[in-house]
Design a protein around this ligand. Sequence first.
Ligand code: AMP
Length: 272
Amino acid sequence: MKILNSPEEAINYRKTLKGSVGFVPTMGALHEGHLSLIEKAKKENESVIVSIFVNPTQFLPGEDLEKYPRRLEADFAICKRAGVNAVFTPSAENMYTKDEVLIKAPKIKGYILEGFNRPGHFDGVLQVVNKLFNIIRPTRAYFGKKDAQQLYLIKQMVNNFFFDIEIVECETKREKDGLALSSRNVYLSENERKRALTISKALKRAAKLSSKTKNTEEIKKEMLAVLDVNELQYIAFVDRNFNFIKEISPRNTIILIAAKIGSTRLIDNIFI
Ligand code: AMP
């Protein structure tokens, strides 16, 4: 397995590859969720490249950039075992220059929900994914539905900028009890983990209820009764294009939650 430390190395390595290239961008601290993306990429492509880069531009001041879990050696071992051909781990210094050309997230869909609570977050995400796509030039890129709004915006960027890349949507991997896997779960104490579980429980409850009522206010009430979090940032009902909806429309609805448990901010969603 190749380790590529700079964009130049990655660009040169890419030139040696023949056939389809599957790409899995991550911030590392890899778990089964990331692994499921890697395995799907492995099945569908001749080569697989994983990037591990804790992208500073998508963190807001005061967020967990410094303490974000970093486990590069363990991540390399996971990638190697999964048959990854190369891991791209650039430094922030060789990914960014001062006063550079910027990508802006769309004014509406990039500034609701996650974008409202983390203004500028998606500008940073799209900036780095744009760079990564140009460096790796993948045939297919794999993204998790766990970050549903991110996935939506990346698909929009691919359309708007005419990237010749297939975006593959991957299901959310969960612990047996329902907790969505996340690199940030390591921040949770035992008690906080129990309370974090109420997020996936509320979503499950909502999905079940949606066969009885389509009214989002009614469903939201029931979700609030299940949730035990410190700070609920949003419960939202949107269609697959992230337009807010009042009525559930089957196969065209996403219910999303963002909440803080202690100081840990978690997101989860369910596609209905
Ligand atoms: P991250 O390292 O958190 O930036 O995530 C890298 C990729 O893995 C993103 O496309 C995420 O949506 C995806 N991902 C994160 N958690 C999960 C999960 N539990 N199941 C499936 N994909 C996930």
